[in-house]
Design a protein around this ligand. Structure first.
Ligand code: SF4
Ligand code: MG
Length: 328
């Protein structure tokens, strides 16, 4: 595999009122073309912040983003513009992401024009529109191209949002909970479409979800976030079948049915060990941020922040947990 696009390392401070919140910290991830990477965590774990940082929707306070090994720095510069074309975001709410007064044609034409892909004449444009709609399986395209958002179902709207992202001819898609607002019955169809696009267009996809079971079904690699930090990573099979970090085990145990293929129901699972809630990012716990909820916490966990340790077994599996120190 080609060593893709985006690499983000560093920390992020967000300001809430007068307080500065370290929303995500020491995030280090690499997306690769032709692979789906899931970023899993509870709400408030910082996973959406990571996507927005990668989409350049938030300024970073520290750290860098590399595209094909080159830092993407100057806002508005040509490297920045190239990055913004190559890395497209798909939002959670397809109802909010399309302008209700405009048709599908308008949304897609605009994306094609912004990225210089609208072609020269009306015919070329029509062909490009039809191709985008066909790619997202809204066929026959003539049936959809002049529709307004309110004439489409949630799933169809999300497909239009995906088509619009494809209008930029991207290398990477950042999909923030792309199916969690859709009816359960159509979620799988949208995930399968994304997987198909990954293969056919050789896309890197960051799939953000609170549902670890869907990560297992859909993602090649899985990263788990807790309280603004990444705590475990590896290939999805390994992370979901042989979870190493106590928090990942908790997530899997509290998922309604880890073996189901269908992505999860409506509610975000709120894992509980009987020992509390996800911590505030304003004053995260010292040491391992999971220690107040961890059933196997040790003395040092309260004060010492665990680095990433390799976990014995399949290559590339790591956990930020002192239990794995010996394995190094
Ligand atoms: Fe639990 Fe300690 Fe591992 Fe944190 S470092 S997950 S508290 S055992
Ligand atoms: Mg979110």
């Amino acid at each position: 595999t080609k060593h893709f696009p985006v690499r983000k390392r560093g920390r992020q401070l967000l300001t809430q009122g007068r307080r500065s919140v370290r929303a995500v910290d020491d995030v280090d991830l690499t997306l690769r073309r032709g692979r789906v990477t899931a970023l899993v965590g509870e709400s408030g774990s910082g996973k959406s912040t990571v996507a927005r940082l990668l989409a350049q929707l938030y300024p970073r306070t520290a750290g860098e983003i590399l595209l094909h090994g080159e830092p993407v720095t100057v806002k508005g510069g040509s490297a920045f513009r190239a990055y913004c074309r190559r890395v497209q975001m798909i939002f959670q709410d397809p109802f909010a992401s399309l302008n209700p007064v405009h048709t599908v044609r308008y949304h897609l034409t605009r994306a094609l024009k912004i990225h210089g892909r609208a072609g020269r004449g009306a015919e070329e444009l029509e062909r490009a529109l039809h191709e985008l709609l066909t790619r997202v399986q809204l066929t026959p395209p003539e049936r959809f191209v002049d529709k307004f958002p309110h004439e489409l179902s949630g799933g169809q709207r999300q497909r239009v949002a995906i088509a619009r992202a494809l209008g930029a001819d991207p290398e990477a898609l950042l999909a923030d909970e792309p199916v969690s607002m859709l009816d359960v019955s159509i979620r799988l169809g949208v995930l399968n479409l994304l997987r198909d696009l990954k293969q056919r267009l050789h896309l890197a996809i960051l799939y953000i979800t609170h549902d670890i079971a869907s990560a297992r079904y859909f993602a090649d690699d899985t990263l788990v976030m807790y309280a603004g930090r990444m705590v475990e990573g590896g290939d999805s099979e390994t992370v979901t079948q042989q979870p190493a970090h106590p928090y990942t085990r908790l997530l899997i145990d509290s998922a309604p049915d880890p073996d189901r293929l269908e992505p999860d129901g409506n509610a975000e699972p709120a894992p509980e060990t009987g020992s509390g809630e996800p911590p505030s990012l304003i004053a995260p716990p010292s040491g391992c941020r999971f220690h107040p909820r961890c059933p196997v916490a040790m003395e040092r966990c309260r004060t010492e922040l665990p680095p990433r340790f390799e976990v014995a077994g399949p290559a590339g599996h790591w956990a930020a947990c002192w239990l794995y120190e010996a394995a190094r």
